[in-house]
Structures are given as structure tokens and as C-alpha cells.
Design a protein around this ligand. Structure first.
Ligand code: GLN
Length: 494
């Protein structure tokens, strides 16, 4: 199994980053290429190729996104209990490869089946690769947040190139070639992971207890694989009938909370308190993502109608800016911010997780206020400045960087090891709810008048953004006000 390196050796690395982190980053970069590439062409594929109406396509897009993130909880749970991170990753990655090849084989007929493979596959992959980053650090290592920052950069490099290349292939070569490319890229991701795991000692091996006979352990593992594959027809049904998504979302949240409290009772009081703190972060993150994910919905419509196409003197499609500016800003600033955290930690002035979360909301509030502010730059027709809009994305990205990588890191810091997968899964389940609520919020901002003028649309959207800005501000203030209480829950964790 290549257990030459001990955990102690891995975790006692010198310098700001452990060397295994780079390999995990590369693996995740390929996976995110595949995921965001698929996400980028999803709606246009449904509308242009499958000839589905825009409304249904949007609903199905939302359902697919919600299911993908919701399955992270299930993927995390089985990793904790039976498979371990490594086998989960391999299984998930293989399903993603399969899903993309299935679609590439016959995009018109096999699209939905392929997407279901991707849903289950990402569920097994995404939370567990994130947890593996946490395993590289000893408890209390102040360099961990920076590590997740670098991981986040890799996520966004993959996301950026996936979006650009897959959309290009889809429009200029063929739909099949785009899905084929995603499958091939995921194979590269899996090969990268095979190399990665050789450097990881015992990290991520199956958690099943040695007292369980080998044969039984194998049976459990096979049961997980088979059970996951058998769930695909059910997922297919849920994705195709979006009215079921509501029921699914209501149920999974309650089931997850019940499960959380069932596990919670098994731990000591200090551990219980940390888990409660993690739960608070998860709940706040739902609000964050619900606002942030306007980017895929209402902000893309805003970009379509209400923006000039001039960015710092260059002519550019505002929707291109809407789709890519966030990833580009993350690539530029995440690494930098990570180093700032390490620098501050050395001087003992690094803000703790709660304050970082609070800052995340304050940046988010400011960004929505800037979006509101775009109305003051509007011309008589109702079109406004792309420069100001892009500036809002810059501010929003800083919010994301204070919350998203820090949240990933916090899940591993605040949870006992046997619950890492579950907690990471819950973190992503919050994203599922965020996506879900985002769609509803966006729909609420649409001007009631079908034939509204551009000016009316501008007013309607920017009014909505002002509201979101106010709520984000309140969340930031509440978090910072609660910080002494949450700090107590977190014990020694910073
Ligand atoms: N953009 C990040 C990623 O893809 C975070 C996504 C999320 O949690 N909503 O990993």
C-alpha cells in the first residue's frame, strides 16, 4: 500500500505547504475542470440541443446542482464508515469518467443517465478530497488555512479552464467532444491521484475496524458500490421531474440534521461544542451561497441586458465577465491571501475563523451594495458600467476567500476524525441549499412586468441586490457579535 511515509513525517513538513498538497491540488484541479466544464455547458446543452424550454432547463440545472452537492453528504458518510477517502475518491472519479463518456457516446439520448453518474461520482469525490487536505496537518497547525487557500486556487484554475475549453469545444467542435474531453481530463485526475496516494502513507485508508473480518469488510464495500449504482434510476427520476426536487431538499436537510445529532451524542462535551460551532458555520454558509450563487442566475441575466460591453477600454461580452471574473480573481488573490494569513499567524495577529467568516459576509454585503450602486452609472436606456460590475465581483471574491476555503478548513479542525467525511458532506450540502435558495431569490427579483423596459429591469434587480446587501451585512454583524460565544464553543481551535 506504499506506507513508507509515516503520518508524523507528512505532518512535520517545513515551509508553508506540505508537498503532498500540490498533488492533491492537481487532482482536484482536473476534477473541477470536468465539473465546471460540465456545469458551464449544462443549460445551453439542454436549450440548444435537447430543445428544452428555458424555464425547465433552468429548473433542471438547479436540481442537478442541488443534487450534486447534496450527494456530497452521502459520499462523505460512506467514506467515514466504510470506504475511506481513497477508495471513495477512486470510485467517485471513475463514475465521473463513465458519466461523461456515456453522454459523449450519444448526447441526445444518454444525457440524463450520464448526469446521474456525475452526481453520484462528484458526491464521492468532492468532500473526500477536501478532507484529505486536512489530514496533512497536525491539530492546531496555523498553516492549514493557507493550505486550503492554495487548494482553492487549484479549484479555480480547473474551473476557469474547464469553463472556457468545454464551452469552446461544445460550440466549435461538437457536444460529444466536450463531454469526451471532460472524461479524458477526469482520467488524468485519477492517474494523478494514483501517484498522490503513494506519497500519503496510511492517510485515507478504509476506516473499517481491523476486528471486522476481511471478507465482511469487502462485502460492505461492494454493497456501497452496488447500492450507489442502484440509486441512479431514482436520481434520474428526481432530476427529470423537478417538482420532486422540493421534496428531496426538504427531506435531506431534516434527515441530515437528525443524523448529525445522533452522531453528536456519542462524543465528549468539548467535542460536542466544536461540532455545534461547525454547525453554526454550515448554517451561515447557506445564506452566503444563496447570495453568492446569484452569479449563475440573476446576475447572468443582469449582465445580458443591463451592462455595456466595455471593460477598462476593451470591448468584451459582459456575460463572459460574469462567468469568469470570479475564478480569475480567486486565482490571483487566494494564494496571496493564504500567505497573508501565514504572515499574520507568525505575528499572532491572524483573525480567527469566526472573524474571517464575519469578514466574508461584510465583503459580500459591500459587493451587493456596489451592484446596487451600478444604477447611478446607468444611461437613459438602462445600461450601466461593466467596470463597476466587475469591481463588485472583485469585492465578492474577497468575501468568498474569507469564507469558503476557511470553512473547508474549519470542518476538519472542528470535527473528530471519524466524522470528517460527514461534516465535509454537510458543508457541501449547505451549498446545495444555497444553490436552491439562490434560484428562488433570483426569480423573486425578476420584474413582474414581462415586457419591462431595461430601466425597469435595472431598478428591479438593483433593488434586490440592495436587499441582499443589507441581509449580508446583518449576517456579518451577527457573526462578529456572536464571536465570543462561538469562540467558547470552539475551545482551542482558532
Ligand atoms: N467554488 C468552490 C468549489 O467548487 C466552492 C463551491 C461551493 O462550496 N459552493 O469547490
Amino acid at each position: 500500500m506504499g506506507n513508507q511515509t509515516s503520518l508524523e513525517e507528512i505532518q512535520s513538513f517545513k515551509g508553508p505547504y506540505p508537498k503532498q498538497l500540490l498533488l492533491l491540488c492537481l487532482t482536484e484541479m482536473w476534477e473541477r475542470f470536468c465539473f465546471y466544464g460540465m456545469r458551464g455547458i449544462l443549460t445551453i446543452f439542454m436549450v440548444e440541443k435537447l430543445m428544452i424550454g428555458e424555464k425547465t432547463a433552468n429548473l433542471q440545472y438547479g436540481a442537478i446542482q442541488a443534487f450534486i452537492y447534496a450527494f456530497a453528504f452521502i459520499g462523505g458518510l460512506f467514506a467515514d464508515k466504510i470506504l475511506g477517502f481513497r477508495k471513495s475518491l477512486f470510485f467517485g472519479g471513475s463514475l465521473m469518467v463513465l458519466g461523461n463518456f456515456i453522454i459523449a457516446f450519444s448526447p441526445d439520448t444518454l444525457f440524463y443517465i450520464g448526469i446521474c453518474f456525475t452526481i453520484v461520482g462528484t458526491g464521492f469525490f468532492k468532500p473526500n478530497i477536501s478532507s484529505m487536505v486536512g489530514t496533512l496537518y497536525k491539530e492546531g497547525d496555523p498553516r492549514q488555512d493557507a493550505g486550503f487557500g492554495l487548494f482553492y486556487t487549484a479549484i479555480n484554475i480547473g474551473a476557469f479552464f474547464g469553463g472556457v475549453i468545454m464551452v469552446y469545444l461544445a460550440h466549435n467542435v461538437s457536444w460529444a467532444s466536450a463531454f469526451m474531453a471532460a472524461g479524458i481530463v477526469m482520467i488524468i485526475g485519477l492517474i494523478t491521484f494514483i501517484f498522490t496516494q503513494r506519497t500519503m502513507g496510511d492517510i485515507g485508508l478504509s476506516p473499517q475496524h481491523a476486528s471486522v473480518p476481511q471478507q465482511r469488510r469487502t462485502i460492505y464495500e461492494i454493497a456501497v458500490y452496488v447500492g450507489s449504482l442502484l440509486s441512479i434510476p431514482l436520481i434520474l427520476l428526481l432530476v427529470r421531474n423537478t417538482e420532486y426536487t422540493d421534496y428531496f431538499m426538504y427531506t435531506i436537510g431534516i434527515v441530515t440534521l437528525l443524523y448529525f445529532f445522533f452522531e453528536w451524542t456519542k462524543y465528549s462535551w468539548p467535542e460536542k461544542k466544536k461540532l455545534l460551532a461547525a454547525l453554526i458555520f454550515i448554517l451561515f454558509s447557506i445564506v452566503f451561497w444563496a447570495f453568492f450563487e446569484q452569479s449563475g442566475g440573476s446576475l447572468s441575466i443582469f449582465a445580458l441586458h443591463n451592462l455595456h460591453n466595455n471593460l477598462l477600454g476593451f470591448t468584451i461580452d459582459p456575460n463572459m465577465v460574469n462567468n469568469s471574473s470570479n475564478t480569475i480573481f480567486v486565482i490571483f488573490f487566494s494564494f496571496l491571501l493564504g500567505l497573508v494569513w501565514v504572515w499574520m499567524a507568525k505575528r499572532k495577529i491572524e483573525p480567527n475563523t469566526i472573524i474571517k467568516f464575519g469578514l466574508g459576509f461584510l465583503f459580500l454585503a459591500a459587493s451587493f451594495y456596489v451592484l446596487f450602486f451600478t444604477r447611478t452609472f446607468a444611461d437613459a436606456e438602462g445600461k450601466t458600467s461593466l467596470n463597476v460590475f466587475t469591481f463588485a465581483y472583485l469585492v465578492m471574491t474577497f468575501g468568498e476567500l474569507c469564507l469558503s476555503p476557511i470553512g473547508l478548513s474549519a470542518m476538519t479542525k472542528l470535527s473528530p476524525k471519524p466524522l470528517w467525511g460527514v461534516m465535509m458532506g454537510m458543508w457541501f450540502l449547505a451549498s446545495a441549499y444555497g444553490q436552491y435558495v439562490a434560484g428562488k431569490l433570483g426569480a423573486g427579483m425578476v420584474s413582474p412586468n414581462e415586457n419591462a423596459s431595461l430601466m425597469e429591469k435595472l431598478i428591479s434587480y438593483t433593488d434586490g441586490y440592495k436587499q441582499l446587501g443589507i441581509y449580508a451585512l446583518i449576517c456579518g454583524i451577527v457573526l462578529i457579535a456572536l464571536s465570543p460565544f462561538i469562540k467558547k464553543l470552539m475551545g482551542e481551535v482558532k
